[in-house]
Write a protein that binds this ligand. Structure first.
Ligand code: HEC
Ligand code: HEC
Ligand code: HEC
Ligand code: HEC
Length: 184
């Protein structure tokens, strides 16, 4: 017991004698940890999924005020509104910032007939039937369901769960007994 206490007192004296280098070492380890965290934690998790071309809704739909339906025209008529083909980007970009690196990348997709491999960010369970048409005809805004996309550079992923559908259907007093209508 006596020996243990003496050993601990020794250790403590050693720590006190070396407190400056120990503090420096501790500080550097903490810095390294923060650096590794920033380096390896994917920024995509914070600001949205990276896309093959860094397309910005904030710039196009916000600053330049291009209508959503200009690029997503089938949203009212199809179950799969889809994403705009690169030819649509070139309607403008054949004239605007034509020498920009990413616009040259668009030309490369166009000239080789490769569809731009946009990554999907929204998910809905496979067995759910969702159609935009009724919702938009009713007068809902895109922002009711997609939040303020015109402020986002990169879109964050979103999972639509059933509660999301039911909450609004309850609130608007529309069909809730949609087991047949919504589930295939
Ligand atoms: C209706 C016209 C129009 C369409 C359609 C359009 N853009 Fe743009 N885009 C613009 C304008 C205007 C700018 C800003 C140019 C400037 O900075 O002077 C721009 C800028 C850009 C930039 C540069 C952004 C930056 O940070 O410098 C990229 C990349 C881009 N657009 C990609 C696309 C893609 C991909 C599509 C198709 C999905 C597309 N654009 C469709 C008008 C358009
Ligand atoms: C200039 C063309 C353009 C305009 C204008 C535009 N979008 Fe997009 N949109 C795109 C492109 C390209 C993508 C795919 C790349 C991405 O996700 O950023 C996309 C993706 C999306 C997606 C995600 C699809 C998915 O599940 O992956 C939604 C939702 C969307 N847009 C809604 C809107 C809304 C709402 C507006 C109007 C406020 C709008 N868009 C205006 C070109 C456009
Ligand atoms: C009532 C809610 C609601 C409204 C209003 C709404 N959306 Fe959607 N949107 C959804 C859901 C849910 C999905 C996911 C569907 C899927 O993945 O099949 C989706 C998916 C999308 C997609 C991706 C489609 C694809 O093929 O990948 C685009 C683009 C889109 N919406 C654009 C719009 C635009 C533009 C508007 C306004 C004109 C709009 N949405 C209004 C709920 C809505
Ligand atoms: C922001 C509100 C809102 C959200 C979110 C919403 N809906 Fe709706 N939905 C409505 C309204 C309003 C109507 C009624 C449209 C009409 O009467 O024409 C409707 C109608 C429908 C219909 C037609 C019902 C019928 O009587 O035939 C179906 C199917 C449907 N929604 C499915 C869904 C699914 C699936 C989701 C979730 C992915 C969803 N909705 C999310 C507001 C919403």
């Amino acid at each position: 017991m006596e020996a243990l206490r003496a050993a601990m007192a020794d250790a403590w004296r050693w720590v006190r004698a070396n407190r400056v280098p120990l503090a420096v070492l501790g500080g550097s380890l903490a810095l390294v940890a923060v650096f590794l965290l920033l380096f390896y934690a994917p920024p995509a998790a914070w600001i949205g999924r990276p896309q093959p071309i860094p397309f910005s809704h904030r710039l196009h739909a916000g600053v330049k005020a291009i209508a959503c339906q200009y690029c997503h025209p089938y949203v009212e008529s199809s179950n799969h509104p889809g994403l705009p083909p690169v030819a649509k980007c070139l309607h403008c970009h054949n004239y605007i910032i034509t020498n920009h690196w990413w616009i040259r990348e668009e030309h490369r997709y166009f000239n080789t007939g490769t569809p731009t491999p946009w990554k999907k960010v929204n998910y809905l369970a496979e067995h759910v039937l969702f159609n935009h048409q009724r919702h938009i005809r009713f007068g809902l805004e895109c922002q009711n369901c997609h939040e303020r996309i015109e402020t986002m550079d990169r879109l964050k992923g979103k999972h639509f769960y059933m509660g999301f559908c039911i909450d609004c259907h309850t609130q608007k007093k529309v069909n809730l007994s949609c087991w047949l209508a919504c589930h295939s």
